[in-house]
Design a protein around this ligand. Sequence first.
Ligand SMILES: Nc1ncnc2c1ncn2[C@@H]1O[C@H](COP(=O)(O)OP(=O)(O)OP(=O)(O)O)[C@@H](O)[C@H]1O
Ligand SMILES: [Mg+2]
Length: 340
Amino acid sequence: MPPSEQGTVMPNTQQPLLEVRDLEVAFTVDGSRIKVLDGVSFKVAAGQTLGLVGESGCGKSVTALAMMGLLPKPHGQVVAGSIRFAGQELRTLAPDQLYRLRGNRISMIFQEPMTALNPVQTVGEQLMEVFRLHRPSDDKAQRKAAAIAMLQKVGIPEPEQRFAVYPHNLSGGMRQRVMIAMALACEPDLLICDEPTTALDVTIQAQILELMKELQAQTGMAIIFITHDLGVVAQLCDEVVVMYAGRVVEQADVFELFDHPRHPYTQGLMSAIPRLEDQPKRLLKTIKGQVPALHEMPAGCRFANRCPHATDLCLMAAPAVEQLTPHHQAACHYWKELTR
Ligand SMILES: Nc1ncnc2c1ncn2[C@@H]1O[C@H](COP(=O)(O)OP(=O)(O)OP(=O)(O)O)[C@@H](O)[C@H]1O
Ligand SMILES: [Mg+2]
């Protein structure tokens, strides 16, 4: 990453690091194919942090897994669209090329660190394995030194001792730091974080977010941050993509989105921001009604059955994503009327 790009937000005119366009993903369940992502598009520039938000089941994790080429096979499939990373189409990459890309340029941190760490290998062995793949010319002593330095970098006290312990000997916060260390060990250009802090207490969560910001400022990596928590979005993100039932309903610069949400779903989210002491998961429950089931999505707007402004037009015709300003898009027939 050139030093000039470190920690800066690239303008939208710059070639994006990642561009997802019209992505469609389907799962085959009991012999029938169900589309879970329908025309998802967004871009991320180097050094930028993009938040991906939306209610449980809207397709955030599936979007991340599709980008990483990690959809469960054979029943999960990208059926249309493109995923371009640094100008290269990922959909057509051979599995070994994709594997190398994941080890070198794109990393992911999962929600539950225990599932992503190997319980029978020490923390140090697992980190050294990442370095073995990323820097094959290093010898064992160099890999060990790099692993200890990385543990220190993510704020793990006494890294020499922690190097030799197993994941279950660490607290949740420390395990998550190990996961971050592993994800960062390959110095990725893009880090995808799928709710990496929801399992942690608020103080640890804040520390980890701070740490990620610091490391981003040092390396200039781009981050896609998936979360339910709009407080985290406000703290961390430059741009936000709001998803609803497998589609993007709004995307904007973070200030623009918080100040002038245009889609009624986003407006609902904004008015439901919890107080500090509330649980993040509670924040979306105040929007009445339920997301339609995947196998019976309506022809019109997918939010229409919960929308206070819906008309016959909304029930009949799906709104297209419209560019409202250079940094703001929304998919609502009435976005012009729905200013706040
Ligand atoms: N392996 C799978 N097989 C079948 N359907 C799946 C599979 N994984 C996800 N889905 C479906 O795809 C849809 C999107 O799921 P996804 O996990 O992406 O949601 P999410 O936005 O990450 O939700 P959450 O906030 O709860 O993590 C859901 O309806 C889910 O049931
Ligand atoms: Mg998820």
